[in-house]
Design a binder for this molecule. Structure first.
Ligand code: FES
Length: 406
């Protein structure tokens, strides 16, 4: 019954001073002697007191008339006032339903403080929104083409995201601590399986808790939170841009083209077929003109091996070889290590990472290890000056079996 003077604004019942002359109306009473707190002590209206001559509701006829003449705007229920059914019951309406026995209070203890906290929380959410927007702007504006630019970009991204999360957390803390009702609940130990009654209680608690968050009742809080969360959810999507442009067919191509000379990787010099005459030799070659482009070199690295006549067998493509010289991709088809350990006696190419072994005389087919397919063979020939050149690119993709071709 305390503080009910606040609760009953707009529900005043009538002229309580009709009960006795000369009595003095306390706080909340008007010229009609309105009831504050629903009780009258000895005919005097006392806020929150409950002794003697009740005049709850002050339901005199004159009160009803005054009620009708009073502007309807004053009858509006404000935040913090009790629900109408509960108010009627407090005013002595015997037909009013019993108030629900709640586990959690529907309202915070101090509505004014809650209102103030709501504004602070909304301000925090607004700051969070600005932080998220700044994060997106920083991501778009700051280029990262140098170390300095990357530093500035990281600083801007970090600061803006810090502000966004910090303000969001601060708003949530203010909301929970000052807007939601504060209660302490103790739950006793019980069997693990919930009874039907417990489930019903849970549903009730959940419903009341949702109500207690005030999120439905306070649109300012709700909307400012949604505004804060919107760009925050969008920010991670922007990071997908860092995956770069779609590779399209670039991963299926290497720098080898028709007529491109094979140059020794260590010297960048082209090599004649006649100069590579020692059977069992192996050299790593790259396309001429790609020495500075490390990405191109990494994909196009190739080994050439010299064999004696008759050593090369099916499925090696013979018309892609020159005088017993065959060229294979150096990139292991397992996970892409350089496969360049060559056993001259067995003609096996070994990958040092997981010991995949390829038979160089038989189209580099896999004879051991996890590699799922042979090293691709590069079609080679010689140009007019006798230098080894490519007939074209590899006909199948090189490298790891992301390309699993069956
Ligand atoms: S990368 Fe060559 S065997 Fe694994």
């Amino acid at each position: 019954m305390t503080d009910s003077g606040n609760h009953f604004e707009g529900l005043r019942g009538g002229p309580a001073d009709e009960e006795g002359a000369g009595q003095q109306a306390a706080e909340g009473s008007a010229e009609h002697g309105s009831v504050a707190g629903g009780s009258v002590a000895g005919g005097s209206v006392a806020r929150g007191s409950a002794a003697g001559g009740s005049a709850a509701g002050g339901s005199a006829a004159g009160g009803s008339a005054a009620e009708e003449q009073r502007p309807r705007a004053r009858r509006r229920r404000k935040i913090g006032t009790p629900p109408p059914a509960y108010a009627r019951r407090m005013l002595g309406d015997g037909h009013a339903p019993e108030p629900e026995d709640r586990e959690l209070p529907a309202e915070p203890a101090d509505p004014l403080a809650a209102r103030k906290a709501e504004r602070i929380a909304a301000l925090c959410f607004l700051i969070s929104f600005l932080g998220s927007a700044a994060f997106i702007a920083a991501y778009v504006i700051f280029q990262v083409r140098s170390v300095d630019q990357a530093f500035r970009s990281n600083l801007a991204l970090g600061l803006s995201m810090t502000v966004a999360f910090l303000a969001l957390a601060a708003g949530a803390v203010v909301w929970v601590r000052n807007v939601m009702p504060y209660v302490q609940l103790t739950e006793e130990r019980h069997p693990l399986a919930s009874t039907d009654e417990e489930r019903r209680e849970f549903a009730t608690t959940f419903t009341e808790s949702t109500e207690a968050t005030q999120v439905v009742k306070r649109p300012l809080l709700r909307r400012s939170l949604l505004v804060a969360l919107g760009p925050l959810a969008l920010a991670p999507l922007l990071l997908l841009r860092d995956l770069g442009p779609l590779p399209r067919k670039r991963l299926r191509r290497t720098a080898w083209k028709k007529g491109t000379r094979l140059v020794v990787q260590s010297t960048n010099l082209p090599i004649r077929a006649a100069d590579f005459s020692t059977p069992g030799s192996l050299i790593t070659v790259i396309p001429e003109g790609t020495g500075e482009d490390l990405n191109a070199v990494a994909k196009a690295a190739t080994i050439i091996i010299k064999f004696r006549p008759g050593e090369l067998q099916h499925p090696t493509v013979m018309n892609w070889t020159v005088d017993g010289i065959v060229a294979y991709s150096k990139i292991c088809t397992h996970v892409g290590c350089p496969a360049a350990l060559y056993e001259q006696t067995t003609h096996h190419i070994l990958c040092p990472c997981h010991q995949s072994t390829f038979d160089a005389t038989k189209g580099a087919k896999v004879i051991f290890g996890p590699a799922p397919r042979p090293l691709p063979q590069l079609p080679i020939t010689v140009d007019g000056e006798g230098y080894l050149v490519a007939q074209g690119d590899f006909v199948v993709p090189v490298g790891p079996s992301f390309w699993e071709l069956g």
